[in-house]
Design a protein around this ligand. Structure first.
Ligand SMILES: [Zn+2]
Length: 300
């Protein structure tokens, strides 16, 4: 288990809900799919670091600000060396020429090696600031098995998909022990982690402007049938208990509209009236704290 696990970023969760419930522009949709794919790559890498048997602290997804510069760390493995990983889920054929990356549609506007170098440099500054004398070893990990990079030299700190297993073996081969110094550093980094807000890539949205209807938890389709205590998706066949479905859409509401008070009527409207007020009230009552009274009853 990672010392700091990775949660689905609020920004991606909001975009996933909005993508189902309103029309995103081509750019917004492209951005969302790109972020989603990147996140899936990071989760793929997590599934490997979770299996590490060696002593280490694994910290996933840190957003840190140092002297007005923000930097994002995908994964950090703390041993006597600090392994800094930036994980990319690129797919297909790319090439690396004179310091630039090219896909078949041309030069990449954001250079992943430059991003890694910046992150590495800020992390070293941070360690120096807090008096840590540990070596940092940065690596750019291409995790997708269907990725090929042409013309990269051995000098670049790149881990190709075929080298990922060897990387895990290398980390596992460390026979040292982590001690109080390593833990103190892990705690410091976790304490410096910031929650990103506001989300720059989320488009403007309003309660009035998004589709209010119950949808499938798996494929997000709105073709669902309420069958007794179950919600059945007519598209993918997924079955979800009605209580779980209510809790899921309440979570959506709270994420999208944190300023709104959760009431039975609000949830009823959000699910398009397919779940009875009676059931919604019971589920809210059982799972949330009741505040206010009478007409002004709400749940937190
Ligand atoms: Zn479905």
């Amino acid at each position: 288990m990672a010392y700091k696990p990775r949660d689905e970023r609020g920004e991606i969760a909001i975009l996933r809900i909005l993508n189902a419930r309103m029309v995103l522009s081509d750019d917004e949709k492209w951005n969302y799919l790109k972020m989603k794919k990147g996140f899936e790559g990071e989760v793929m890498f997590d599934s490997l670091t979770e299996k590490l048997q060696c002593e280490c602290y694994v910290l996933n997804d840190l957003l840190i600000e140092l002297d007005n510069s923000k930097f994002q760390i995908d994964t950090l493995v703390i041993q006597d060396t600090i392994h800094l990983f930036d994980v990319k889920n690129y797919e297909g054929d790319y090439s690396y020429e004179n310091g630039d990356f090219f896909s078949k549609s041309g030069k990449l506007t954001s250079n992943p090696l430059s991003q890694l170098k910046r992150c590495d440099s800020l992390l070293r500054q941070l360690l120096q600031k807090y008096g840590y004398k540990l070596t940092v070893e940065p690596s750019l990990v291409f995790i997708n098995p269907e990725f090929t990079l042409y013309h990269a030299t051995k000098q670049e700190p790149i881990i190709h998909p075929t080298q990922v297993n060897a990387l895990m073996k290398k980390l596992n081969s460390w026979t040292g022990k982590v001690n109080g110094k390593h833990k103190k550093l892990a705690d410091l980094l976790v304490s410096l982690h910031q929650i990103e807000s506001p989300y720059p890539r989320v488009p403007h949205y309003s309660f009035e402007g998004v589709r209010k209807k119950m949808n499938c938890s798996l494929c997000q389709s709105f073709s669902v049938t309420v069958n007794g205590r179950k919600i059945v998706c007519d598209n993918c066949g997924c079955v979800e208990g009605v209580d779980a479905a209510v809790l899921r859409i309440v979570k959506e509401l709270k994420l999208l509209f944190p300023e709104r008070k959760v009431t039975t009527n609000l949830v009823f409207e959000w699910c398009g009236g397919v779940i009875s007020v009676h059931i919604i009230r019971r589920v809210l009552h059982q799972n949330y704290k009741t505040l206010g009274s009478g007409r002004w009853l709400y749940y937190e």
